[in-house]
Design a protein around this ligand. Structure first.
Ligand code: NAD
Length: 300
């Protein structure tokens, strides 16, 4: 069934990870990016990450070599005509995504399915930009793709059952666990997770307690592997904020209103681990509470 190629458009953080899991699952994978250097960098990184999996004993050395042999860099959308499924992972901007579909459509096979890895744009809206909306679907992977077992499969209003079944089979065949969702803001995971992370910032804002207590409470009281503030720092506060804004814009109501403290932190450039400062400050070996946060809490 999966003897035809999967194409991945966009070789950034997510596209590289998606190509990794497709190839490791034995699927011929075509990788394209506007910037060819990013395809080469992605393939190099996939090689390193597969090597790490070999070292950990998660896969055999042969599997690493086989997977690398399944990935082919392509320089033009015209090279994607063999693909049965095209997964788009370009930046989170509807205009960019729709322009990609427009350039792609003349080159695709008649039965090709187009999937978007969007986290927040409506699948039904995006499907308006393609000729066959019944073969347009959301396939939402989680970062880092090779480590995270879950994929959300999102049906737009016009996606047909054959498309959903094809994608679910393919994703299951490469070892992912699929959950299906209707096309609503945040799908399942972000709809549940983001309000928790946002509320943790609001607890801090209202000076109900301190950073360590919030994280300890959820680790030891709810058995979460990470507390909500450390998890926010890990995900990136800008990403958490924009997801909260999507829920608020799409679902309305005070329930989803982004925390003012979170907004101020992002404005200050405190983005969590990736900027070195968030709810915690990160040194080379250890982390401490952000000492400047108390002042911001007073203002927020
Ligand atoms: P990224 O910035 O790391 O990668 C995007 C890639 O797309 C870049 O390599 C860029 O050169 C390329 N690109 C830009 N315009 C293009 C075009 N017209 N044609 C082909 N390639 C083009 O972004 P990312 O984090 O990998 O996110 C990609 C998508 O995945 C977004 O829709 C995002 O919302 C979604 N997503 C991201 C995450 C995450 O944690 N980062 C998680 C789930 C879903």
């Amino acid at each position: 069934m999966h003897n035809r190629a999967v194409a991945v458009i966009g070789s950034g953080l997510m596209g590289g990870g998606i190509a990794h899991v497709m190839a490791l699952g034995g699927i011929e994978t075509l990788l394209y990016d506007l910037d060819r250097a990013r395809v080469d960098a992605a393939i190099e990184l996939i090689g390193k990450n597969l090597g790490r999996q070999v070292k950990k004993g998660a896969i055999a050395a042969d599997q690493r070599n086989d997977a690398l042999g399944k990935i082919r860099a392509v320089d033009s959308l015209g090279d994607l005509s063999a693909a049965r499924l095209v997964i788009e992972a370009v930046p989170e901007n509807a205009k960019i995504k729709e322009a990609v579909y427009a350039s792609l459509l003349p080159h695709l096979a008649g039965d090709a399915i187009i999937a978007s890895n969007t986290s927040s744009i409506s699948i039904t809206t995006l499907s308006g930009a393609v000729q066959a909306p019944e073969r347009f679907v959301g396939i939402h992977f989680f970062n880092p793709v090779p480590m995270m077992p879950l994929v959300e499969l999102i049906a737009g209003d016009r996606t047909d059952q054959a498309t959903l079944a094809f994608c679910e089979n393919l994703l299951t065949s490469i070892g992912k666990t699929v959950v299906r969702s209707r096309d609503m803001p945040g799908f399942i995971v972000n709809r549940l997770l983001i309000p928790l992370l946002n509320e943790a910032a609001i607890l801090l804002e209202q000076q109900v307690t301190d950073i360590a207590s919030i994280d300890t409470a959820m680790r030891l009281g709810a058995n979460h592997p990470m507390g909500p503030l450390e998890l926010s720092d890990f995900i990136g506060l800008d990403t958490v904020l924009s997801a909260a804004e999507v829920l608020h814009a799409g679902l309305g109501g005070d329930k989803y209103r982004p925390s003012p403290l979170l907004k101020r932190m992002v404005e200050a450039g405190w983005l969590g681990r990736k900027s070195g400062t968030g709810f915690y400050v990160y040194g080379p070996d250890e982390r401490a509470h952000n000492p400047l946060l108390a002042e911001m809490v007073q203002v927020a």
